[in-house]
Design a protein around this ligand. Structure first.
Ligand code: ATP
Length: 250
């Protein structure tokens, strides 16, 4: 299978500091890929490069193998099918769950065309299916601001999915969640991967162990190694730079 996303020798420099020093990474269609590594390893910077928030000084970011998106603007990258959920939820607290999802449909089509057009039966069906998927059907008429922390995160993931992405980028999606919410989020991520690839930065080793297949370990702006969680746990370099420091968490 050919990768949907390929980073080739990606470099990022902040005023001379090399945050990414030649990162190579392939993500396959419908793959859930976890990115782990110690603080400052460059994980968030790599997500920033993929979504266009930060521009790489060198290298290639290939989407579907042919399109180099390295120099594209963020909205152009979203339009191509790569969306990002940031750590802090950016839902509209004073709108209902349903209205938040409706807004994300509008973003996809352009506000003006949707303001003129009535919501079709197909749109409604799509929104209902999404509510079921993210477990918020019962809360659809509730104000988003009143949702529990985990529910807010799921709503935002649902809003991203309304754009039909091919790649979803997640930055520490379970931060601040209860055990039950973590588990539900892990299951949701696996369900999402039936239709799109998911690239996740995560610090919670238990979550990574429970829900990962392939894990990429970053260290000092480079990929240190890749493999299953049990493979990387046996890697001495990883133990030294990362797992050793978090022995209690692993
Ligand atoms: N805008 C910026 N300007 C200057 N330095 C930056 C900037 N963004 C990130 N850095 C530096 O680049 C390095 C990589 O940061 P990054 O946030 O990507 O690491 P990370 O692996 O995501 O870490 P963490 O797990 O702590 O979030 C760090 O040393 C950070 O201080």
């Amino acid at each position: 299978m050919q990768p949907i996303l390929s980073c080739r020798d990606v470099r990022v420099s902040f005023n001379g500091f090399q945050a990414l020093q030649g990162v190579n990474l392939d993500v396959l269609p419908q793959e859930v890929r976890f990115l782990i590594g110690p603080n400052g390893a460059g994980k968030t910077t790599l997500l920033d490069v993929v979504c266009g928030k930060t521009k790489a000084s060198d290298g290639e970011v290939l989407y579907r193998q042919t399109e180099n998106i390295r120099k594209l603007q963020e909205h152009e990258i979203v339009h191509l099918g790569i969306t990002r959920k940031f750590q802090a939820p950016s839902i509209f607290a004073n709108l209902t769950v349903w209205e938040n999802l409706e807004l994300s449909l509008k973003q996809k089509r352009g506000l003006w065309s949707v303001m003129r057009a009535k919501m079709t039966g197909e749109d409604k069906g799509k929104m209902e299916a999404m509510l079921l998927r993210i477990g918020l059907m019962e809360q659809r008429h509730n104000l988003a601001g009143m949702l529990a922390h985990g529910q807010k995160q799921w709503l935002e993931i649902g809003m991203q999915l309304m754009q039909n992405p091919e790649i979803l980028l997640l930055d520490e999606p379970i931060a601040g969640m209860s055990e039950t919410e973590r588990h539900k989020t892990g299951e949701l991520i696996h369900e999402i991967s039936e239709t799109c690839s998911v690239l996740i930065v995560e610090h919670d080793m238990e979550f990574v162990r429970n829900f990962s297949k392939q894990v990429t370990v970053m260290h000092e702006g480079k990929v240190l190694c890749e493999g299953t969680m049990s493979e990387i746990q046996q890697n001495e370099q990883v133990a030294e730079v990362y797992l050793g420091r978090r022995e209690s968490a692993c």
